[in-house]
Design a binder for this molecule. Sequence first.
Ligand code: NAP
Length: 246
Amino acid sequence: MHVLILGGTTEARGLAELLAADERPDLRVTTSLAGRVASPRLPPGQVRVGGFGGVDGLTAWLVEHRVAAVVDATHPFARTISFNAARAAADARVPLLALRRPGWQPTEGDRWHEADSLEEAAGVLPGLGRRIFLTTGRTGLAAFADLVDPWFLVRSVDPPQAPHPPRMEVLLDRGPFAIDGERALLRRHRIDVVVTKDSGGAATAPKLVAAREAGLPVVVVRRPPTPEGVPAVATPDEAAAWVRSH
Ligand code: NAP
């Protein structure tokens, strides 16, 4: 049985590790990465890198490689590949499961401002602060490029490219992040507002705790829609159980 994991997340790697631990000779697992990160953390099993060439390319890949089940474990903001996977799996008649970690929920003391897009987030920033901690990733910085007055601390795995805000410092780092480090970062850079996607998960949540403790506003970009009719689970364990049941 050949299983394709559409990856690029901690959960995708967790699923590949669980299936590898089964040591089933009849189970072959391939994780697919988009190739955005220069040196990604690789999961066990086979790995392929790069786009498939849209829905048709993915459909052809599933047929050619005799894939028996697909798990879409991509990031909640990777919208195109999730919709492509839904159509390709239907076309190739291959069962599909979405592995999607739950979004974050505000708790007492949080000062969240929700936005539907990076552009909307950029629009509310001038009213909130002048020293901005931007954690939305290196792609999408163009949405903030017109904000010439505020200063940005941009944290990303790989260096960002233009267009980006003119006044910015780049911090190259990759989660998981610890609460002590996040507290110190906000203090050291005198941050007065944080911007994040609602990525969910524990690895990058400590910035929300640090912002809450410091009484800082956080602009949270809501998740994009997901394809209808695709069953979803929240944890690698549940996804591994689904794979085993096939
Ligand atoms: P996207 O907008 O949904 O996808 C754009 C194109 O990239 C897709 O049409 C596909 O190309 C290719 N692609 C995306 N994920 C792929 C995968 N796992 N394997 C092979 N090809 C893939 O995706 P994105 O937002 O650019 O994210 C790219 C990758 O980074 C995803 O795998 C995601 O899990 C990871 N990631 C994204 C974010 C985020 O905030 N968006 C954050 C952390 C990690 P073709 O049409 O040619 O097949």
